[in-house]
Design a protein around this ligand. Sequence first.
Ligand code: GLN
Length: 254
Amino acid sequence: MKTKLSLSLAVAALSCMMGCSRQTTVDDSVVTMATEATFPPYEYRVNDQFAGVDVDISAAIAKALGKTLKVEDMKFDSVIPAVTTGKADWAAAGITVTEDRKESVDFSIPYYRDAAQVIIVPVSSSIADADDLKGKKIGVQSGTTGDTFMTNNYGDPERFDNAAIAISAMQAGRVDAVVIDEAPAKNFVADKADLKILETPLTVEEYAIAVRKGNAKLLETINKVIEEMLEKGEIKALMEKHTKATEVAGEPAA
Ligand code: GLN
């Protein structure tokens, strides 16, 4: 009985080992993109599907690699760690190229050069420019360049998981302004008559795709795809397509 039991345990252990190793084997036909999908027009959800400029660029990269794209949605401050730990092959999330980030990942060539942090305020706000932010409660998305800029120049902001939550907090009067990227800001404000974007941006930034440090082969394919899409005007067209799509998908103006 004892022998039988230990034998079945051994068999179970062996099959688990085989099973487990099979489970952890990376599926070679799939490539994974890490993103934070509440950032239109770059990434957003339509029902159960992911859409957006970054999703379409990533689909083109997957196609060039002959693989199927899997989108992993997570908090923005997890997308770069997802790449460094190998959970994702690349991160595409409207990621601004920064010197700090270059220490943990390699970046592709930029696919968008006119990014900026902007200030959103209620239309009735007395905040008219960056100087007026001093001493005010400012909402940001945690781990973003907006977060870094505010932290470095104005002290700790109020940090939220995503821009939509930060904007709701502002509409509820819990923060005085929200600092986020311009294109998503325009998208969020498009259907909200009670909010406006201040004219002067706080920063000028460029977006690129992040890969694991030293992954030169993948980076080469990504750069080739981006270069071709830029040349053909496809990224500009994607911006227009997704801006229109997310504006249409939004709530009617209040
Ligand atoms: N561009 C900003 C950054 O890289 C914000 C990106 C985002 O919120 N998805 O930090």
